[in-house]
Design a protein around this ligand. Structure first.
Ligand SMILES: [Zn+2]
Length: 174
């Protein structure tokens, strides 16, 4: 039996009550989480066992199931989960940081293309069987290294591909 950290009273536990997970303005409800309440003073506490896996799931839910354009709090959540600061994500998307900041503070709606690109970035990094340390963040750096305000250029150098780059049977996933 858990004891209350405030008054030492007995804590009762329930797993049946939906738990409102406080996550930066997102509405997240967790089911099946043990919630303790002190029978003496009413103090409540809950422990979240695997926050990393939970955050990954929240991000996947947003990217796969959210029908409307991303909201400011969703953009901020996904950016943080991608371990990017505002300049970093703006670089990946090829927008000015001030544009990203307007999406994140709700002064401007994100727009169809960038909404999809943020989701795609998240899904590419998280919706794969790779363990955390092998996540495909490489793709993000690929985009962030592209120069800003590019023009269509006909490249005179052909694309050169070596046989071992595509004819070898076991190709690594990332
Ligand atoms: Zn108590």
């Amino acid at each position: 039996m858990e004891k209350c950290a405030i008054c030492g009273g007995e804590m009762s536990v329930t797993k049946d009550k939906p738990y409102n997970y406080p996550m930066g303005g997102l509405q997240v409800i967790l089911l099946g989480i043990p919630q303790y309440t002190c029978s003496e003073c009413g103090e409540e506490f809950t422990t979240i066992p695997n926050a990393e896996a939970l955050h990954k799931m929240i991000g996947l839910e947003i990217c796969k199931n959210k029908k409307g354009l991303l909201l400011p709090e969703e953009i901020i959540f996904l950016r943080k989960e991608l371990s990017l600061n505002a300049i970093g994500l703006a670089g990946v998307l090829g927008v000015d940081p001030s544009t990203l900041s307007r999406w994140e503070n709700g002064k401007k709606a994100i727009g169809e293309g960038y909404d999809r690109m943020i989701r795609m970035s998240y899904l590419t990094c998280f919706d794969d069987p790779c363990p955390k340390e092998k996540r495909c963040y490489k793709l993000l750096s690929l985009f962030s290294e592209l120069p800003q305000k590019r023009k269509p250029v006909k490249d005179k150098t052909p694309i050169l591909i070596n046989p071992q780059e595509w004819l070898t049977p076991a190709m690594a996933c990332c």
